[in-house]
Design a protein around this ligand. Structure first.
Ligand SMILES: O=C(O)c1ccccc1NCC(=O)[C@H](O)[C@H](O)COP(=O)(O)O
Length: 271
C-alpha cells in the first residue's frame, strides 16, 4: 500500500470531523444558526473594488502550516484582522483547520468581528454541511480545492455557497483542474502556486496557467508571494488579485507589511 498524500490524510480526518460535528449539531440546527448569522459581506465585490495599484488583496490569518510548522507565535486573530484592514487588504482568509494549521473556527468569528472586511473560510470542504457551518460562523466565501474533490462534490459545494448568498473560490494547480473549474459557475479562480502534496511552490504555476483562464473569470494568485515585485510581475500575466499568508504573518508590523506589499515597486523601493 502506498503512503497517503497530505491531501488524503487531511481528507480522512476531515470526514471524521464532519461526522462528529453532525452528531453534535444536526444539519437543521446548523442551518438555523447559519440563518441567524450576521449578513453576508459581498466578497467578490470587495475584492474587485479595492484598488491599491489596481490590486485586490486577500490577507490570510495563518498560525502554522504543514510545510512550515509554526509561522507566528504572537497570534491574535482580532488584532491581525484589524492590522490587515488598516494596511489596505480587501478581504480576509482565515484558516479554520486545527490539526494541520493550528486554526480554529473561533478565529474566523473573532477576526470578522474586528473589521468590516469579508472573510473566506480557508478549510478543506467536502460536504455541504461545512458550508452551512461556515455561514453560521459568519464566513462570506468558501474555498473549493479541485485537487481534493470530485466534480460532483465541487458542484454541490458551489451550489450550497450560492444558496447561502456566499461566494466560492475555485482553487486549481494545473491545466486539468482549471478545465474542471470552468464547468462551475463561480468567476473566482484561485491559482495555487503550491503543490499541496509536495509543497513545492513556484510563481511559474501562475505565469503558465493564467493565460488559459477564460476572460470572464477573475484570477487570484495564491501562495509564495513575498514582495511588491512579485505582485507586479504576476499582474503582467493578468492576475490582479492575490492571496498572501506567510509573508505577512512573519512581519512584526502587519499593517505596514500589508501596505508595503501592495505598494508600487517602482515608487516604493520594495519590501
Ligand atoms: O501552506 C501549506 O503548507 C499547505 C499545505 C497543504 C495544503 C494547503 C496549504 N496551504 C494553504 C494555502 O494555499 C496557503 O495558506 C495560501 O495560499 C497562502 O500561502 P502563503 O502566502 O504561501 O502562506
Amino acid at each position: 500500500m502506498s503512503t497517503p498524500t497530505i491531501l488524503e490524510k487531511i481528507k480522512s480526518y476531515k470526514l471524521d470531523e464532519i461526522e462528529a460535528a453532525k452528531a453534535e449539531t444536526p444539519l437543521e440546527e446548523m442551518e438555523d444558526r447559519a440563518r441567524a448569522a450576521p449578513a453576508v459581506r459581498p466578497f467578490k465585490d470587495a475584492l474587485l473594488q479595492a484598488s491599491i495599484n489596481g490590486y485586490g488583496l486577500i490577507a490570510e490569518i495563518k498560525k502554522a502550516s504543514p510545510s512550515k510548522g509554526l509561522i507566528r507565535e504572537d497570534f491574535d486573530p482580532a488584532a491581525l484582522a484589524a492590522a490587515y484592514a488598516e494596511g489596505g487588504a480587501a478581504c480576509l482568509s482565515v484558516l479554520t483547520d486545527t490539526p494541520s494549521f493550528q486554526g480554529a473556527k473561533e478565529f474566523l468569528v473573532e477576526a470578522r468581528a474586528a473589521c468590516d472586511l469579508p472573510v473566506l473560510r480557508k478549510d478543506f470542504m467536502y460536504d455541504t454541511y461545512q458550508v452551512a457551518e461556515a455561514r453560521s460562523l459568519g464566513a462570506d466565501c468558501i474555498l473549493i480545492i479541485m485537487a481534493s474533490v470530485t466534480d460532483a462534490e465541487a458542484a454541490a459545494l458551489e451550489k450550497a455557497a450560492t444558496d447561502w448568498g456566499m461566494d466560492a473560490i475555485i482553487e486549481v494547480h494545473n491545466a486539468e483542474e482549471l478545465k474542471r473549474a470552468e464547468a462551475l459557475a463561480s468567476p473566482l479562480i484561485g491559482i495555487n502556486n503550491r503543490d499541496l502534496n509536495t509543497f513545492e511552490t513556484s510563481l511559474d504555476t501562475s505565469r503558465k496557467l493564467a493565460r488559459y483562464v477564460p476572460e470572464d473569470r477573475i484570477i487570484i494568485c495564491e501562495s509564495g508571494l513575498e514582495t511588491p515585485e512579485d505582485l507586479a510581475d504576476i499582474a503582467r500575466y493578468g492576475a490582479r488579485c492575490f492571496l498572501i499568508g506567510e509573508t505577512l504573518m512573519r512581519a512584526e508590523d502587519v499593517a505596514s507589511a500589508t501596505r508595503r506589499i501592495l505598494a508600487n515597486p517602482l515608487t516604493a523601493g520594495g519590501m
